[in-house]
Design a binder for this molecule. Structure first.
Ligand SMILES: NC(=O)c1ccc[n+]([C@@H]2O[C@H](COP(=O)([O-])OP(=O)(O)OC[C@H]3O[C@@H](n4cnc5c(N)ncnc54)[C@H](OP(=O)(O)O)[C@@H]3O)[C@@H](O)[C@H]2O)c1
Length: 440
């Protein structure tokens, strides 16, 4: 407690260094995953004067109420601190705040705060500056939502880099291998349909003169996933990028031969197992990247760790799809923590609402609905390939990990994904169901 500042009538606080400001102001969730800013309140003086472009607030009571209102109104809240400068008792911090309200989509607001410290080291004045007329309208659908922000692209090439891509015979995965081949990558397609894969491999070779390879696996069978990983490890001493895109959507509940609900197995467990089995090689190949093709569908929720097989609830295709994506997002965050310092990054991404074959193995009614209604609103899947390429190749993402991208826009996932307790539980369950928990 030696360098702590002791306050009259208050508990001591650590002095606000640049590192501490970054840490505290970018921590916007409590352990339950709920938006929460209460941990910064001890750093404010009881006579705090807060001012921004629309309000002036005096006193810690009113300031606490302001913070509470903001976090209560938000489903999600994230602060990215881009820079912090401290000079003679004043702290300037530049930030991007992404909030998702109950009705509006997430709205990135770019701003800067000046914090003035009093004699006791607490903040006596805060002045926030932000672009009210520009960025705030990004959050209002009929102006411009973040998923409609200009997508990022990169000129970087990936010549000779070994990219292992699951589900590359159709839709998002196919667009990804096409774009990566155009960038010069060596493509390893992990698929269940040998003929389709061979044809795509030939086309990529003809168009881009890159090396292609096919490894067969049915992701409904975890034994197949293990075998595919064994083959990839035998053939490739280097893996630079792993992209898990294989995925399904089922309107009816089905089970794999191992007794696991099929969507949960294909969308989450198989990609979890495959990633874990290739992890040592990815570490040896660092810097390397893992991209899990996730979905905005994770916002449907549906994950109940005590009922993964939907025995206690009516099954619903969208919820089961959402559950598999929530589980995957939890493990992306967990794995990012475990990979810290290894040179391997892992991120999740939503590939856009795009026209692919997903769901087309469901019944005739669903297929009719998909073809005649849903498809009219879907976009060209080439945007998914371009976004995955950006995430795989952009130099500015070399150290970015544990994030969720809506195409190329970094967004907060649903707040329940921030719950580390559930994350740890899902990690254990996934290890048990895939046999990773059992050393034999
Ligand atoms: N389309 C969208 O709007 C959208 C939106 C959000 C997220 N996503 C995600 O994007 C990913 C790709 O989906 P998509 O839309 O591109 O669908 P898609 O066109 O149906 O492609 C799915 C790919 O996964 C493969 N696959 C399915 N089941 C498999 C299994 N049991 N074993 C091995 N491979 C299997 C398919 O192989 P076959 O060619 O042999 O069928 C295909 O290559 C999924 O994770 C999905 O959740 C898609």
């Amino acid at each position: 407690m030696s360098n702590a500042v002791v306050q009259k009538n208050c508990s001591p606080i650590e002095p606000l260094t640049a590192e501490r400001v970054r840490e505290l102001w970018s921590k916007t969730y409590n352990r339950e995953g709920k938006p929460d800013w209460s941990h910064i309140l001890p750093y404010y003086h009881e006579d705090i004067v807060f001012q921004d472009s629309i309000q002036r607030i005096e006193g810690i009571g009113a300031f606490t109420a302001l913070c509470d209102r903001l976090t209560r109104r938000c489903k999600q809240l994230r602060m990215d601190i881009t820079s912090v400068v401290i000079d003679s008792g004043e702290i300037f911090l530049e930030w991007t705040m992404v909030t998702m309200f109950r009705r509006w989509p997430s709205s990135p607001v770019y701003g800067c705060s000046r914090l003035t410290l009093g004699n006791d080291g607490r903040i006596t004045h805060q002045r926030d500056y932000f672009d009210l007329w520009g960025d705030i309208f990004n959050g209002i659908p009929w102006f411009r939502g973040p998923s409609r922000l200009p997508q990022k692209t990169t000129e970087a090439r990936v010549d000779g880099r070994v990219c292992v891509v699951t589900g590359s015979t159709s839709g998002v995965g196919y667009q990804a291998v096409k774009r990566l081949a155009q960038g010069g990558a060596t493509i390893v397609m992990v698929c269940r349909n040998a003929e389709k894969a061979a044809q795509i491999g030939r086309d990529l070779w003809r168009s881009y003169s890159v090396g292609t390879d096919v490894v067969l696996a049915d992701f409904e069978k975890l034994a197949d996933v293990r075998e595919a990983a064994r083959i990839v490890l035998n053939r490739y001493g280097q893996i630079d990028v792993l992209i898990n895109s294989a995925g399904i959507h089922r309107t009816r509940r089905t089970f794999t031969d191992d007794g696991i609900e099929t969507v949960f197995c294909v969308n989450h467990l198989a990609s979890f197992l495959f990633t874990r089995l290739l992890l040592d090689r990815l570490k040896e190949s660092a810097p390397s990247r893992i991209i899990q093709v996730n979905s905005e569908g994770h916002r449907f929720g549906g994950l109940n760790v005590n009922d993964l097989n939907w025995k206690r609830r009516p099954y619903h295709g969208l919820w089961s799809y959402g559950a598999s994506k929530v589980a995957q997002l939890h493990t992306v965050r967990e794995l990012a923590t475990r990979l810290a310092g290894s040179g391997v990054t892992i991120n999740a991404m939503h590939p856009g609402a795009v026209k692919t074959n997903i769901g087309m193995d469901n019944g005739p009614l669903y297929r009719w609905y998909r073809r005649n209604v849903v498809n009219r609103f879907l976009k060209d899947p080439a945007i998914s390939g371009e976004a995955i390429y950006y995430l795989a190749a952009a130099p500015e993402l070399a150290n970015v990990t544990g994030r969720y991208f809506n195409l190329t826009i970094d967004e907060p996932p649903a707040s329940y994904v921030m719950n580390r307790n559930v994350g740890e539980r899902i990690w254990q369950i996934s290890e048990t169901l895939t046999g990773l928990a059992d050393p034999d």
